[in-house]
Design a protein around this ligand. Structure first.
Ligand SMILES: Nc1ncnc2c1ncn2[C@@H]1O[C@H](COP(=O)(O)OP(=O)(O)OP(=O)(O)O)[C@@H](O)[C@H]1O
Ligand SMILES: [Mg+2]
Length: 379
């Protein structure tokens, strides 16, 4: 393909157009007294999509900008396909980027926007147009090639931005919250589309988001960041079920925080014995007290027996309808509030003011030190 040879002539440093390994080693970057990256280590396998997840200000965008060459690191190395790209300017790194805000040129059609990078690379006009049509079809906009930004929805504009990033066959695709300006439904659709396209083109991709559902849904692996460092890099299921640190256990997924005593490999929570997640960075061994992080979906409700009392009996204080599931909040005297996620048909037995008994499922829990979580979450 003409585009390919033009690009390779332009960027001989790129170690192949797709499927390269990306390695960030000990990246540091400060802005005045603010440490944005505090020794970030992250390796993305060839062709893999890693979602970088973390709270606002944890350094996600900074990591992406360093990788793209838009900023310089204070320390550390960036290896793309095994080569140190630290000295290469952005246009030699062959990265395709999509940002949160719509960034199309308003005076250009979708096709012209997509051709922009190819024009910079001096690809001939006919090859440019053909390539633009090809990638616009890939993102489902084959019929919109002549539209201007103001004639397209937000979701369509982001598809064009994605097509523009892919047109130059980037070595690495960098997506910085590309969906956050879209409404919920379009967001989910485009998220799935991005994943489909990424699998199709096979480009190594870093997808930055602070939306955990998005991260868990699209990525091969999720990297959870906190205060400029990576806390865990693992499959979505592992990040969710086997969090490596207290921070991860609380940042990913909605959680109840319940007083717990750890006895060996079990925790006693509300008088129930539950296994503790091994190697979770929280409390594990010995006998000590802390806070168990319990998912709402691990909490069930039942109606109390005649005259039943105890630490797990409380009163329903609110109920949030989520569709097929509902979240019911129960106030337990002496403990506080516990959120249970239950089937909506079941939630009807627990209206506000009704008595309820909380039952914890025996899913393994992470137990963190009693005073650790707030500090770790930083929220
Ligand atoms: N150009 C800059 N000048 C000064 N401080 C900066 C600059 N860029 C980033 N920072 C600071 O560095 C830290 C990390 O910022 P960064 O934009 O990487 O966070 P983020 O994880 O992308 O957050 P968000 O989810 O809000 O986009 C923040 O404290 C931010 O205020
Ligand atoms: Mg950001």
């Amino acid at each position: 393909m003409a585009v390919v040879s033009a690009k390779e002539a332009e960027a001989p440093g790129a170690a192949g157009r797709k499927g390269v390994e990306v390695r960030l080693e000990g990246l540091r970057r400060s802005y005045g007294s603010v440490t944005a990256l505090d020794g970030l280590d992250l390796t993305i396998a060839p062709g893999e999509m890693v979602a970088l997840l973390g709270p606002s200000g944890c350094g996600k965008t900074t990591a992406l900008r360093l990788l793209a060459g838009l900023e310089d690191a204070d320390a550390g190395r960036i290896l793309v396909g095994g080569r140190d790209v630290g000295d290469q300017p952005p246009n030699r790194r062959g990265m395709g980027m999509v940002f949160q805000a719509y960034s199309l040129f308003p005076h250009m059609t979708a096709s012209e926007n997509v051709q922009f990078g190819l024009r910079l690379r001096r690809v001939a006009a006919s090859a440019r147009r053909a390539r633009a049509l090809e990638v616009l079809e890939l993102v489902g906009l084959g019929a919109q090639v002549h539209r201007y930004a103001h004639q397209m929805s937000g979701g369509q504009q982001q598809r064009v931005a994605l097509a523009r990033a892919l047109a130059v066959e980037p070595t690495v695709l960098l997506l910085d919250e590309p969906l956050s300006a879209l409404d919920a439904k379009v967001r989910v659709q485009l998220r799935d589309e991005i994943r489909r396209i990424q699998l199709e083109v096979g480009t190594t991709t870093l997808f930055v988001t602070h939306d955990q559902e998005e991260a868990l849904a699209v990525a091969d692996r999720v990297g959870v960041m906190n205060q400029g460092r990576l806390e865990q890099l693992a499959s979505p299921a592992d990040v969710y079920h086997r969090p490596a640190t207290p921070f991860v256990s609380q940042f990913v997924g909605l959680s109840n925080r319940l007083p717990a005593t750890v006895e060996g490999l079990e925790a006693v929570v509300l008088g129930q014995r539950i296994p503790v997640v091994p190697r979770s960075g929280g409390l594990e061994a010995g006998s000590s007290s802390g806070v168990a992080v319990v998912r709402p979906e691990a909490v069930a409700l039942r109606r109390p027996e005649e005259g039943e009392a105890g630490p797990r009996r409380g009163t329903v204080v609110s109920c949030a309808f989520l569709g097929s599931m509902s979240r019911v909040t129960v106030e337990l005297p002496g403990t506080g509030r516990v959120v249970a996620q239950v089937a909506t048909w079941d939630a009807e037995h627990f209206p506000v003011g009704a008595p309820a008994v909380v039952e914890l499922r025996p899913d393994p829990v992470v137990v963190v030190p009693g005073d650790g979580p707030e500090r770790a979450t930083g929220a």
